[in-house]
Design a binder for this molecule. Structure first.
Ligand SMILES: *[C@@H]1O[C@H](CO)[C@@H](O)[C@H](O)[C@H]1NC(C)=O
Ligand SMILES: *[C@@H]1O[C@H](CO)[C@@H](O)[C@H](O)[C@H]1NC(C)=O
Ligand SMILES: *[C@@H]1O[C@H](CO)[C@@H](O)[C@H](O)[C@H]1NC(C)=O
Ligand SMILES: *[C@@H]1O[C@H](CO)[C@@H](O)[C@H](O)[C@H]1NC(C)=O
Ligand SMILES: *[C@@H]1O[C@H](CO)[C@@H](O)[C@H](O)[C@H]1NC(C)=O
Length: 442
């Protein structure tokens, strides 16, 4: 009798152990839904890892976590991402970037002519929709959603290579200001890449989710997204498990490029002081631009940086003479301190606060009412900008997630939720906002 009981006991124990070990050692289910951030200048793809509950942003063959949103057409191939950016200088008229600025939008023909003048490639109107004219193995027009589809296909393949599985489903993010038509055309781009889009979420909502704000008790979230060329400020309300975009404002002519431009201007003046001539050769300006861009990034971590740039200045005697003198090679070097960088840009940095004040006013909120501040976009790494925002609100913003990957991280979390990944997360649903207008300062 007691032997029987102990036998049953052993069987139960064995079953229990097997279950326990199974749970411990069976691999968790692989992600089947990917999260896509199709940005204006860079894009990324992420997956939510069931089990660890962490997001993995997927790297390309060279280990890079973002690819340029660029597609180039040559006589023999369609190049995507870094490969396309690499040929941009040699094939400028067939290298398309910024397609997101055109997707799903209806333009007046004159507006498109103006846009076309800003780019090395040709933008034409097809009954109000933008198309890019490409001359490679014949002349043809491609749509912004086709450009988007090549980028999304590349990211789909990166995810498939990483997971060893075919991927058919995705969650995507779009700017909060996108209307229904722009959202539809973004979804169409994904369909052209063979992906079914399970949900489209707003970029600021994705950034808030990257910080887990869908799971904690917060009400008002302010998202500041400062990229290379644009500033977007959004005020979100969380009601239960739902995010509502309450107000939006921005400046579509303010970003990292402007801060670099001020540094370029300063260094050019220094060259003029030191050598008596300003840098005028294209290659010299290009080298200086690269040096100040690197210096700007370095100044985020270091109090000062020394730049050394070989230049081939055209001497004044040369330009006065009938035949220009041979360029004189010189080595220009100068020290740039963080303080100098901040002084050169202080008026631009102050402009960040105008849209912040606007969204607070439109939301009828005092700055004390903001529960969390989320920073997105590479330029929010600049220490002075972080200080400006924390001083304005009297509290620290959320900065622990890489500001270039916050959106893709949030989209991947939403993809994990849609894919039913274990452990279950609290979902955030977005309340669509059809009649919200964005205030622009510029
Ligand atoms: C170039 O165009 C021709 C005619 O349209 C086509 O048959 C050929 O496949 C094209 N080549 C490439 C590399 O796309
Ligand atoms: C052009 O667009 C208008 C309105 O968007 C539409 O009514 C018209 O049918 C379109 N024409 C063509 C040729 O597609
Ligand atoms: C967007 O797509 C939906 C579903 O396909 C459709 O019902 C709606 O009319 C579209 N809206 C616009 C503005 O294109
Ligand atoms: C940037 O900082 C690193 C140290 O973190 C240094 O090695 C590098 O030389 C710096 N770059 C420039 C352009 O000064
Ligand atoms: C950032 O977000 C988390 C919520 O995930 C919160 O607990 C934290 O206090 C926030 N603030 C800062 C400054 O990190």
């Amino acid at each position: 009798m007691s032997g029987e009981i102990s036998l049953i006991g052993s069987v139960i124990l064995a079953l229990f152990l097997a279950g326990y070990l199974g749970q411990q050692y069976l691999p968790p289910p692989k992600a089947r839904v990917i999260g896509l951030d199709l940005g204006t200048t860079f894009c990324s793809v992420g997956i939510f890892q069931a089990g660890s509950g962490e997001v993995e942003v997927i790297a390309d063959e060279q280990g890079r976590l973002s690819i340029p949103s660029t597609v180039a057409f040559t006589d023999t191939a369609v190049l995507v991402g870094h490969e396309a950016a690499d040929v941009a200088d040699s094939h400028p008229e067939n290298t398309i970037y910024d397609a997101k600025r055109f997707i799903g939008k209806i333009f007046e023909p004159e507006a498109l002519e103006q846009e076309s003048a800003r780019y090395p490639f040709k933008v034409v109107s097809n009954n109000g929709s933008a198309e890019f004219v490409v001359n490679a193995n014949g002349s043809f027009a491609v749509t912004p959603e086709f450009i988007g589809s090549r980028l999304l296909l590349k990211m789909k393949k990166m995810a498939e290579r990483r997971l060893g599985l075919p991927i058919k489903m995705a969650v995507m993010s779009v700017p909060a200001e996108f209307d229904e038509r722009q959202r539809n055309y973004t979804v169409r781009a994904a369909q052209l890449a063979g992906l079914e889009v399970l949900r489209v979420i707003n970029e600021p909502t994705a950034a808030a989710m990257a910080y887990g704000l869908h799971k904690v008790d917060v009400f008002n979230v302010l998202v500041v997204d400062l990229g290379g060329g644009t500033l977007d400020v959004s005020l979100l309300n969380k009601q239960g498990a739902m995010f509502l975009t309450r107000a939006m404002a921005g400046n579509n002519k303010l970003g990292g490029q402007d801060f670099s431009q001020r540094l370029l201007q300063f260094t050019s003046e220094r060259v003029q002081q030191e050598f008596g001539v300003p840098p005028t050769l294209k290659e010299d300006i290009h080298s200086l631009r690269q040096a100040v861009e690197a210096a700007k990034i370095n100044l985020t971590l270091h109090p000062s940086v020394t730049i050394r740039v070989p230049l081939h200045l055209q001497t004044q005697e040369g330009s006065a003479a009938a035949a220009p003198a041979a360029p004189a090679p010189v080595l220009f070097h100068t020290v740039i301190t963080r303080q100098l960088f901040e002084e050169l840009n202080e008026d631009l940095f102050q402009k960040i606060l105008a849209p912040v004040e606007t969204v607070l006013a439109e939301g009828n909120l005092q700055k004390e009412d903001v529960d969390e501040i989320v920073l997105v976009g590479g330029s929010t790494r600049i220490p002075r900008i972080r200080r400006l925002i924390s001083e304005f609100f009297g509290k620290e913003p959320n900065t622990s997630v890489d500001p270039d990957l916050a959106v893709v991280t949030g989209v991947a979390i939403q993809a994990g939720i849609m894919g039913g990944s274990w452990p279950l997360q609290v979902s955030a649903i977005e309340i669509p906002n059809r009649h919200l207008r964005k205030t622009n300062f510029s």
